[in-house]
Design a protein around this ligand. Structure first.
Ligand SMILES: [Zn+2]
Ligand SMILES: [Zn+2]
Length: 526
């Protein structure tokens, strides 16, 4: 795979004599497989030069894919200036994290509204398709892409690209979940261990390293990593090469040189084979193909393009928060996401809400001796009989205690004080993960192979089956090809849609696509 950096600056473009060597443009990476599949990761201001380069190459009918980590300005500002999007005959697919309300297309169109830009997104010229992603995997021609939510005050996806037997991981923007880990005063555990698994044995890890451990205490919760953490992660996850990127706009070229020299000296002292460099705008990294690694799809991988059409009104978040001010703030945040907040005062109430409502997640407060969130978490875990599908529990506390949290069954932490954006992003990520887990449960095991295929989008296809899955997904997506075809056929022969028509068609399709085992269950139940 061949990777070229077109922008390595974080937060805001910073051109000038002091940043001339590492470059002033914001995040943009070009990756090409040996077969020539073109993937652009993020399209900050660096996207302008990449676009010019692609157009000047003169190729007609350029086909490419843009993976957007998140829609903060420094990762999307190049899109209105990305020339290949304005050339008729070109075809582009743009991917990004699915929000709870706004789609990726709407978010990108926002920065091209009349007030901000003269040409709206839908008048670009090229054929553009948009893909809203959740955590999982999908294929872009010969490149297998895996996604994972990062820890940032906006819903952000990291991307792992695997092709030609090698792996390149892009993780911007990301702050370690454990604040102590940011300054290398903790072990890699919990959600940080999941992150390490995501980057595991990458041939090239391109990682946010905006701050140093010394600067970090003033930047806690801003959603960025420290150089020291990234180096530690690279060693822990047995990565080959680490590209430090998202350079702070206040860090000049000489300061980056000093940082890299210090890191290399320490790695030499420890006889580490990790290769660390700071990404330079324009730099090309060639990663030789390797026959060694298996990038085949494993059972249980979730299709990242799976349409999660949540019935938001039916989602709920359980709140075990004693602090009234914080409870009100969290409840407002949850409601702003279109999700219901349900409070409980004691464990009996919590048990009832969990059994009846199937919440997406629980947020508990731990502030002993006033309130013992760990005890509440243990009680929740004790009543769960399904270890595979545990309720995510976020613990709000003044300090993290990873060991005690792991023993009690805590899934993630929200450390006080936190911003509304941080809380909101965590709630989004865990609510979407819960939805994916439910989708997994709904998809029969013998349809596992379908996860490797593009999803079939069907609008308003009611299913006749009754059960929890339909309560959670009333506007369900029929996951079998046969049912999708039947639905399209019915729409063709009767081009109208009334509630009665939809229900009858839904009943017909459900009967026509039922499995023999379901027939047996149903007749036994009847
Ligand atoms: Zn950024
Ligand atoms: Zn950001």
């Amino acid at each position: 795979m061949r990777v070229q950096f077109w922008g390595a600056r974080g937060s805001i473009a910073k051109p000038g004599p002091s940043t001339a060597r590492y470059g002033g443009n914001t995040s943009c990476i070009e990756a090409r497989s040996a077969r020539g599949t073109l993937v652009v990761v993020d399209c900050g201001t660096g996207g302008h030069s990449l676009g010019q380069n692609l157009v000047s190459a003169g190729a007609e009918g350029v086909r490419g894919h843009i993976l957007i980590s998140h829609t903060h300005w420094d990762h999307i500002q190049g899109i209105p200036f990305f020339a290949p999007l304005f050339v008729p005959g070109n075809e582009w697919d743009i991917y990004g994290p699915k929000g709870l309300g706004q789609s990726l297309r709407e978010a990108l169109a926002g920065q091209m509204q009349y007030t901000y830009f003269p040409v709206p997104l839908d008048q670009c010229g090229a054929k553009i398709r948009y893909h809203d992603l959740v955590e999982g995997t999908f294929d872009i021609d010969d490149i297998k892409v895996s996604t994972r939510y990062l820890n940032h005050p906006a819903l952000t996806l990291g991307y792992r690209l695997e092709a030609d037997g090698v792996a390149v991981v892009y993780a911007c923007d990301h702050e370690p979940h454990s604040r102590m880990l940011a300054t290398c005063h903790a072990d890699i555990t919990g959600q940080d261990l999941r992150h390490a698994e995501f980057v595991n044995r990458a041939d090239l890890l391109i990682h946010d390293a905006q701050y140093t451990a010394e600067e970090y205490p003033a930047k806690v919760g801003w959603g960025h990593s420290t150089v020291e953490y990234v180096v530690n992660l690279g060693q822990f996850a047995q990565v080959k090469k680490v590209a430090l990127t998202h350079h702070d706009p206040l860090r000049d070229d000489d300061a980056i040189d000093r940082l890299v020299a210090n890191i290399r000296a320490k790695l030499r002292e420890n006889a580490s084979s990790l290769d660390v460099f700071a990404a330079v705008e324009g730099q090309i990294v060639e990663i030789a193909p390797s026959p060694a690694k298996d990038t085949a799809r494993r059972a249980g991988e979730f299709q990242a393009e799976m349409p999660i059409e949540p019935a938001l009104a039916e989602w709920s978040v359980l709140l075990g928060i004693a602090d009234t001010k914080m409870a009100a703030a969290l409840s407002n945040t949850i409601r702003a996401e279109g999700i219901r907040a349900k409070f409980f005062a004691n464990m009996d109430e919590a048990r009832t809400l969990i059994a009846k409502g199937r919440p997406s997640l629980a947020i508990l407060e731990h502030d002993p001796p006033r309130v013992d969130g760990m005890e509440m978490c243990r009680a929740i875990r004790e009543q769960e009989n399904d270890r595979e599908h545990q309720l995510p529990v976020i613990m709000v506390a003044a300090q993290e205690n990873q060991a005690a949290g792991a023993a009690a069954g805590v899934t993630d932490w929200l450390i006080k004080p936190f911003t509304d954006a941080c809380a909101r992003t965590k709630i989004r990520a865990w609510a979407l993960r819960a939805a994916c887990q439910w989708m997994r449960a709904v998809i029969p095991e013998d349809e596992e192979w379908r996860l490797a295929r593009p999803p079939v989008h069907v609008r308003r296809a009611p299913m006749a089956q009754k059960g929890i899955e339909n309560r959670r997904f009333p506007e369900n997506v029929i996951s079998t090809d046969k049912s999708a075809l039947l639905w399209m056929y019915c729409r063709e022969i009767a081009p109208f849609e009334t509630p009665a028509f939809s229900k009858n068609v839904g009943d017909l399709i459900a009967r026509a696509t039922k499995r023999p085992s379901e027939m047996r269950n149903r007749s036994a139940a009847n």
